[in-house]
Every structure is written in structure tokens, then in C-alpha cells.
Design a protein around this ligand. Structure first.
Ligand SMILES: Cc1cc2nc3c(=O)[nH]c(=O)nc-3n(C[C@H](O)[C@H](O)[C@H](O)COP(=O)(O)O)c2cc1C
Length: 186
């Protein structure tokens, strides 16, 4: 089972990357040795800011094609969204916009979990709400969402795991549901 995961952030110290790595670790534990996890870094998909003029002049950059190919090959996808001013980070939105010009159904019917965390108590719930409402219109088969507020209080950065057993239970439950999902046909 191929798992594609990433933080929707280009921060080298991304807390969402830590959260998504924790979730994929829990998932791999449940799946066992059949799990093939790939955590990608949005810095490897940096492109000029989307513009219709750039697209008309030079087409869609190869990074967007590469991203869509990785989505196509995945059986399950996990994303952890960083929140900037209540919404997506520019790094994520730019990749998403370019990719949508190749295939509007960016997420190609893949079963997905959407996560989000922030240092404050809000847990990036605004961007998580936006993503969970919008992504199904772009091919995402969203099987659950998980928001973690006050990251530094609720995450053990040394061991890369959630500190609170209730949160661990919630996330484990969602991962179980994701694994049971029958992928829709493309
Ligand atoms: C430009 C900018 C805007 C931000 N806006 C929000 C916000 O609206 N809500 C929030 O909870 N945190 C906000 N933050 C704080 C982020 O949650 C924090 O930087 C977090 O670490 C981002 O996740 P990441 O580490 O995975 O990139 C903002 C940070 C920046 C740099």
C-alpha cells in the first residue's frame, strides 16, 4: 500500500510535517510491512507564482506533473495543513493551482485524511475547514479530519508523537477508517 504524505507548508521546521510524520508512523504500524510511505517536501515543488500568462507562454512546470504522478500512484494520502492568515500557505496554493491546470481533479479520487496544527489553540481549524469543504470538489475522497491545537503542548517533539492519549486514540481511529476505505475508481 503506497502512502503519500506531506505538510502543506514550506517551512524547514514545519510542525505540520512533524504531525504528518507521526500519523504516517501510526499508519505504517497498522499496515505492517506492506506500507510504503513517502513524505514529500513542498520545497521540492517550488514553481513561479501561477499566472495564466506564464502558463500560455511556457506551459505547466514539470514539478506539477511530478506531483500529480505521485498522487496517481498513491493508495492513500495524508496532508497536514499549515494555516497562514486563515487559509492555505502560498507554497501549497501555488502547487495546487498549477496541478489543477493539468487535472482539475487533483486528488484523483484517493482516500485521504486531512490534518492541521498550529502553535495556538485554534489548531489551524480555519484552513482545515476550507480544505475539507473544497477538496472533495477536486477529486479528494476525504475520510476524516484532525486538528491539533497548541502543538507545543500536545506534541512530544523528542519522540515525534502526540502527548495526549485522547488525541492518539482519535488519530488512530481515523487512520483505521482511512485504511478500510475502498478507493473509488478513477
Ligand atoms: C504569514 C503567517 C500567517 C499566519 N497566520 C496564522 C493563522 O491565521 N492562524 C494560525 O493559527 N496561525 C497562523 N500563523 C502561525 C502558524 O500557525 C505557524 O507559523 C505554524 O508553525 C505554521 O505551520 P508550519 O510550521 O507547519 O509551517 C501564521 C504564520 C505566518 C508566518
Amino acid at each position: 500500500m503506497k502512502i503519500l504524505a506531506f505538510a502543506a507548508s514550506n517551512s524547514r521546521r514545519s510542525i505540520n510535517r512533524q504531525l504528518v510524520a507521526c500519523a504516517t508512523g501510526m499508519l505504517a504500524e497498522q499496515v505492517g510491512e506492506d506500507a510504503e510511505v513517502e513524505i514529500i517536501d513542498l520545497n521540492d515543488y517550488e514553481m513561479p507564482i501561477y499566472s495564466i500568462d506564464r502558463e500560455n507562454e511556457a506551459g505547466v512546470p514539470s514539478e506539477a506533473h511530478r506531483f500529480l504522478n505521485q498522487v496517481r500512484e498513491a493508495d492513500r494520502i495524508l496532508i497536514a495543513f499549515a494555516e497562514h492568515n486563515g487559509s492555505y500557505t502560498s507554497a501549497y496554493k501555488n502547487l495546487y493551482d498549477w496541478a489543477s491546470r493539468i487535472n482539475r481533479r487533483v486528488y484523483q479520487n484517493k482516500p485521504m485524511l486531512l490534518l492541521a496544527t498550529s502553535p495556538g489553540p485554534g489548531g489551524a481549524s480555519s484552513v482545515l475547514k476550507t480544505a475539507s469543504e473544497a477538496l472533495p470538489h477536486f477529486g479528494a475522497d476525504v475520510r476524516g479530519t484532525f486538528s491539533l491545537g497548541s502543538f507545543h503542548e500536545h506534541f512530544d517533539e523528542e519522540f515525534g508523537r502526540l502527548s495526549n492519549p485522547t488525541h492518539t486514540e482519535q488519530l488512530r481511529d481515523l487512520i483505521g477508517r482511512l485504511l478500510l476505505a475502498e478507493p473509488a475508481s478513477n
